[in-house]
Write a new protein. Structure first.
Length: 117
């Protein structure tokens, strides 16, 4: 199984970025897909999740109204559109795949997002 993130970059406060995660080697549509992030010196935190069946979505309070998670089951990809970025959004962002019940969990290698003027 491989999860490969892309799209991280340096952006000014108020700017936008779109992260993508390409998945291979798994039955993608059966997995809940999430984005996590980890800032220096902090624990990894859940940013957003899109559920496998039905596409239900949850966001961390800190990103509600600014970030949008989406998935394309035909292309085995999950994306995170990030708008109105703040310096506190600076972190390494990780793609996560989890299959409920049997609890298979996979992680990508991460992509760096830096929000700074």
């Amino acid at each position: 199984v491989q999860l490969v993130e892309s799209g991280g970059d340096l952006v000014q406060p108020g700017g936008s970025l779109r992260l993508s995660c390409a998945a291979s080697g798994l039955s993608f549509s059966s997995y809940d897909m999430s984005w996590y992030r980890q800032a220096p010196g902090k624990e990894r935190e859940l940013v957003a999740t899109i559920i496998a069946a039905g596409g239900g979505i949850n966001y961390a309070d800190s990103v509600k109204g600014r970030f949008t998670i989406s998935r394309d089951n035909a292309r085995n990809t999950v994306s995170l559109q990030m708008n109105s970025l703040k310096p506190e959004d600076t972190a390494v962002y990780y793609c996560n795949a989890r299959r409920r019940i049997i609890n298979y969990v996979y992680w990508g290698q991460g992509t760096q997002v830096t929000v700074s003027s």
